[in-house]
Design a protein around this ligand. Structure first.
Ligand SMILES: Cc1ncc(COP(=O)(O)O)c(C=O)c1O
Length: 403
């Protein structure tokens, strides 16, 4: 273990705060470290491993496809990408799809497409939300509504206007003659699991329709069944014009997609956008398998059932523990806002064999694999309850208050 940590310290750029042991193996909702200790992972891969670690069908399809065809450039035809695009189009609002590799890369593409859309009448500004998170590349970072990620890299792109989330009148105030669209997360993940209100989304969408503004949703975190629907926008009874997917799309392999409605696909032609690795036979075949598993194993029903259970148990926590301020979320994307800093609770959970996430200073985030079992969820919640009970005994005053 010491050796691996030393190698990280010496050779890997210091951009992450790494914690815990050295992990060597994963299966389903479980991880094992070098010493053979088992950990329950209620945040597998930051939302990537939607089918848990090393799902047998995903592992099998990776090895089969790796033995057949791994990569081809995008100026050649291959069936894996075409079939995945068909699957995505048939299960969403979209007319066509572009494949990339990461969430931020997909966001960049979506922003470029919005430029193409607004070009004929000089519109290029995009309204984004305070507390949003869209990635670390320049466009995506400029669109992100959290100063802490942006300050050291200024000046960033100036073509974004920040509006308050869930505040329609504030949104309207940000629209100018240069506005081409709005981009938002329906549930802000990194920003603390803030759920968009139904009425707000309907109002913004209607306003966009009336003024020919693009409605762009970032479903990098909420897509692929996370909220009990295949895509989160389906909870809102609206259709976006552009949507970006990543994380769970590849069930562990790096892939992202930009889904566009017909008015966008009609204006895009060869040479306008590209990605060398985007949509390779390997990752698109794996993603297609993930779609099949979601359907065949009735994953969405599991998410909906366990969500009711999870939110009920956390509701009990809320009544029991004074340090909890609010429980938020849809499906298996849940945030527990605390009145104290969340990092010490995350660290204690890790010590007790439970992996969750701490975000936005005082929010614990739980995003388990979508095929997790109720008994596994219970195990994790029991550990969390034990930790929160301990904190209650110490008293809120002993915890670090949120500044
Ligand atoms: C909503 C959202 N958009 C974009 C991104 C960026 O994705 P990536 O880290 O793959 O670039 C993230 C990452 O957490 C995200 O949560």
């Amino acid at each position: 273990m010491e050796n691996t940590k030393k190698l990280f310290d010496k050779y890997v750029l210091n951009t992450y705060t790494r914690v815990g042991p050295v992990f060597v193996k994963g299966k389903g909702s479980w991880l094992w470290d070098e010493a053979g200790t088992k950990y329950l992972d209620l945040f597998p891969g930051w939302g990537v491993s939607i089918l848990g670690h090393c799902h047998p069908r995903i592992t099998k399809v990776i090895s089969q496809q790796a033995g057949k065809l791994i990569h081809l450039p995008n100026n050649l035809y291959f069936k894996e990408q075409a079939q995945l695009a068909e699957e995505i189009v048939n299960s969403s609002f979209s007319s066509k799809v572009f494949f990339a590799n990461s969430g931020a890369e997909a966001v960049e593409g979506a922003l470029k497409f919005s430029r193409l859309y607004g070009r004929s009448n000089g519109r290029y500004e995009v309204i984004v939300m305070k507390n949003s998170f869209h990635g670390r590349t320049f466009g995506a970072l400029s669109a992100t509504g959290q100063g802490k990620y942006k300050v050291p890299f200024k000046p960033l792109l100036a073509s974004f206007k920040e509006a308050r989330f869930n505040d329609f009148s504030n949104f309207k105030k940000k629209v100018t003659s240069k506005t081409v669209g709005v981009m938002l997360e329906l549930i802000q993940g990194e920003g603390g699991v803030n759920v968009a209100q139904q009425e707000y989304i309907k109002e913004v969408k209607l306003y966009c329709e009336k003024r020919d503004l693009l409605f762009i949703v970032d479903e990098v975190q909420t897509g692929m069944g996370r909220t009990g629907k295949l895509f989160c926008y389906q909870n809102y009874g609206i259709k976006p014009d552009i949507m970006v997917l990543s994380k769970g799309l590849g069930a562990g392999v790096p892939i992202s997609a930009i889904l566009v409605a017909k008015e966008i696909s009609d204006i895009i032609g060869p040479g306008m956008h590209a990605s060398t690795f985007g949509g390779s036979p390997l990752v698109t075949r794996v993603s297609l398998e993930a779609f099949k598993i979601i359907k065949e194993d009735k994953i969405l029903s599991n998410v909906r059932e366990l969500s009711i259970y999870l939110l009920r148990r956390l509701g009990d926590f809320n009544r029991k523990f004074k340090i909890i301020k609010e429980i938020r979320g849809i499906g298996l994307m849940v945030g527990i806002e605390l009145k104290v800093k969340s990092a010490p609770i995350f660290a204690q959970a890790l010590k007790q064999g439970l992996i969750i996430n701490s975000t936005h200073e005082n929010v614990l985030r739980i995003m388990p694999a979508l095929n997790i079992k109720k008994s596994e969820l219970d195990k994790g919640l029991n550990i969390l309850e034990e930790i929160l009970t301990g904190n209650r005994l110490q008293g809120v005053k002993d915890m670090i208050p949120v500044t």
